[in-house]
Design a protein around this ligand. Sequence first.
Ligand code: PHE
Length: 466
Amino acid sequence: MSESTSIHGQWSSRLVFVLAATGSAVGLGNIWKFPYITGEYGGGAFVLVYLGCILLVGLPVMIAEILLGRRGRQSPINTMRMLASAQGVSPAWSWLGWAGVITGFLILSFYSVIAGWAISYAWETFSGTFSGASAEEVGDVFGTLVSSPGQLLFYHTLFMLLTMYVVGRGVKQGLEKAVTILMPILAILLAIMVGYALAQGAAAEGLRFLFQPDFNAVFQKCTEESGTQVCTFTREPLLVALGHAFFTLSLGMGAIMVYGSYMPSNVSITRAALMVVAADTVIALFAGMAIFPLVFANGLEPGSGPGLIFQTLPIAFGQMPGGLLIGGLFFVLLVFAAWTSSISLIEPAAAYLVENKGMSRPLAASTVGGICWVLGIGTVLSFNLWSDYKLFDRTFFDLLDYLTANILLPLGGLFIAIFVGWISKRHLSESELSLSPGLFKAWWFVLRFLAPLGIFVIFLNAIGVV
Ligand code: PHE
């Protein structure tokens, strides 16, 4: 194998890397998860903390993760093993790669179920179910879907097959085209939704909720219990904001590392990272601006949880002119956005199986996809038959979501920061990033001190130490 390219191929330009990484970053995290956790944790102040985490932790760690990938040019497991021995430290660093593979499995298992909701909603919207529907009727459609294990399993299976198909063919083919055309259309549709929500919804209230920080609200978690809002004190929001910064940028589990390993050597890592972070953040804020004006205009509860977008957007689709078409298209594109994310969730594992076990790509993709599919059944059931089985007060789905986003991804990010900031020789990063000395110093400082310390302190806060 030559030193400067991966056996799995290489992106054809910076633009393609940026598109693929943006495809990975922009997904359900932006459009489904960001609005509902913002709703649960009280709005503006949470958004502010989240943006801080993106800038001070997410961006520097993303640069570090791409850097490792491009330096190693292999699956994260082999990359970490190789780079660790090159620096004369224990090959046990390959565990960082393994942890990422496991995290990717866990995330994809529930990600696929939620993407399945979007497939079902594309279908329902096109076929007119939401035409003129009231908030209550829209809510019932959601309730019926999640209470049916059969339907959820069907759509989960469909989505997993789509994912395995692309990973089996090699991430480059197909993906390049899909992201170049579909991602921009999704952004445009989302912009239309923002326009509609601001014009027809409770714009002032929605924007105030999203952008006016109320720090008293941050440490309160509000949920709806039989029609009334119940708020309790919680230490979670800082951790959830940090975890979501990792989740939404696809950081800390090797997805961005493996994409970095296909990045041509002459491309600027920092510029690419900046573009991905900017695109991801804009899409998330758009989603919030499209949803909260509708939430307030329809008397819905911002903290109603994972169903939030599925219970609000269809109301607008059912009322606006051409809404069924726009809405159907919106959900189709949401499925695409989820698809370009899900393939990056199993690419690290698939690349490893091809490298080390000599598997063909289709076999590697089916193996990992199969494991995630089986795990996903737990999430399917957690919304209905198992909804009463709770561990630490969480259902199977809640548990997976919490464990991956709030613990495993930030830990992965912490170790990436430590490896690049403290173990790798400084001059390696310096020459690879070719930044101006001032900028390099700033990144180096943030990566070595601020980001790791931030993650550490937020962890301590979550367990009640600070
Ligand atoms: N970033 C994706 C999203 O926001 C999810 C993801 C997480 C993808 C981790 C890859 C790795 O939907």
